[in-house]
Design a protein around this ligand. Structure first.
Ligand code: NAI
Length: 330
């Protein structure tokens, strides 16, 4: 099997190359460019493409892949909202993903963002480096005995519930399905009740038509004043322009984002003044109580190892014609 690997970063290449000796029938060619309609035809002569959340796997890309006889898309990530699944199904292209490489990696990052925002660690770090040891502007609040509201209690949300419990928080959650493993310490409530009761709200549901912009002005107004909002799931769960309005209304003690709506628009790669002037992410960064990281929740040694291993196993299963729970279906 020959895989064309798009959007390769040095750490991807290192983790896959480490794993490859265990899969002698698989060969990988690594490309820097991402998978978009214009680059899809490069996959001619390959059996599969390996892509990421940033790739644009729309109908046009899939049609070109199909014409080049590539019938397998290996996503080295959990999310698949960037794939036109109807088109893939119609063209007979199999799409596989890595559903849960290390839920704790993302949940731990969500808590790191929550703590960094609460205790203003980014500000403290800069102040002390400049010889300013005063505590002005650094006051936080205890998480102990406060309420954590977790939206989405799948693999990552459940890990976040366990972490919050470890902090001595009361944990409430909202999901379309209840996770039985959490029944001893998590109370499921309506979204409305969660918004009104939580001191920390963390988003862990996928981006779908039903969750798109679930955090917008109406839902923000229902939150407690002084809440901390964390999003490590997908940027478009939050309507950024409304979030900015909420921040201006002093609704939030802090906002921690690992994902943001403009992630795929190369806002910060381009860096032109005009783009930055209209960028909602750049506006968010101008607020002192907002902390943004660049989609690094998954980025731990353990997770990268699991991603490489599962992706190569997916390729092997597809080659053998085996069904897999990692097949993407909606
Ligand atoms: P999962 O599929 O295990 O859990 C998602 C949960 O969301 C499920 O329990 C589902 O029932 C729930 N859900 C669906 N619609 C909902 C709604 N309308 N309201 C409330 N809950 C709803 O997924 P997992 O592995 O926990 O990942 C969650 C998300 O985290 C992924 O979709 C992905 O977007 C994001 N992610 C972010 C990473 C990062 O590096 N920042 C890395 C990996 C995933």
């Amino acid at each position: 099997m020959r895989i064309l690997f798009y959007d390769t970063k040095a750490y991807d290449k290192a983790s896959f190359e480490k794993e490859l000796p265990n899969y002698p029938d698989i060969e990988i060619e690594f490309l820097r460019t991402d998978l978009v309609p214009r680059t899809a035809s490069l996959a001619e002569g390959f059996d599969a493409v390996c892509a990421f959340v940033s790739s644009n796997i729309d109908k046009e890309t899939l049609t070109i892949l199909h014409a080049k006889k590539v019938n397998l898309v290996l996503l080295r990530c959990a999310g698949f909202n960037n794939v036109d699944l109807d088109a893939a199904r119609a063209l007979g292209i199999r799409v596989m993903r890595v559903p849960g490489y290390s839920p704790e990696a993302v949940a731990e990052h969500a808590m790191a963002l929550a703590l960094a925002c609460n205790r203003r660690l980014y500000k403290a770090y800069n102040k002390v480096r400049e010889n300013d040891f005063s505590l002005n502007g650094l006051m936080g609040f205890n998480f102990y005995q406060k309420t954590a509201g977790i939206i989405g209690t799948g693999k990552i949300g459940a890990a976040m519930c366990r972490i919050c419990r470890g902090f001595g928080m009361k944990v409430i959650a909202h999901d379309v399905y209840e996770n039985p493993s959490l029944k001893d310490f998590v109370e499921y409530v309506s979204l409305e009740e969660l918004l009104g009761k939580s001191d920390l709200i963390s988003l862990h549901c996928p981006l779908t038509d039903g969750t798109y912009h679930m955090i917008q002005l109406d839902t923000i107004k229902k939150m407690k004043d002084g809440v901390i909002l964390v999003n490590t799931s997908r940027g478009a769960l939050v309507k950024t322009s409304d979030l900015i309005e909420g921040i201006r209304m002093h609704k939030f003690a802090g906002v921690g984002l690992d994902v943001y709506e403009e992630e795929t628009n190369n806002v910060f790669e381009d860096r032109s003044d005009e783009i930055l002037e209209h960028s909602t992410t750049a506006r968010l960064l101008s607020f002192p109580n907002v902390m943004i990281t660049s989609h690094q929740g998954f980025f731990t040694e353990e997770a990268l190892h699991a991603i490489a291993e599962t992706t190569l196993q997916n390729c092997q299963d597809a080659r053998a014609g085996r069904k897999s729970e990692n097949d993407v279906q909606e």
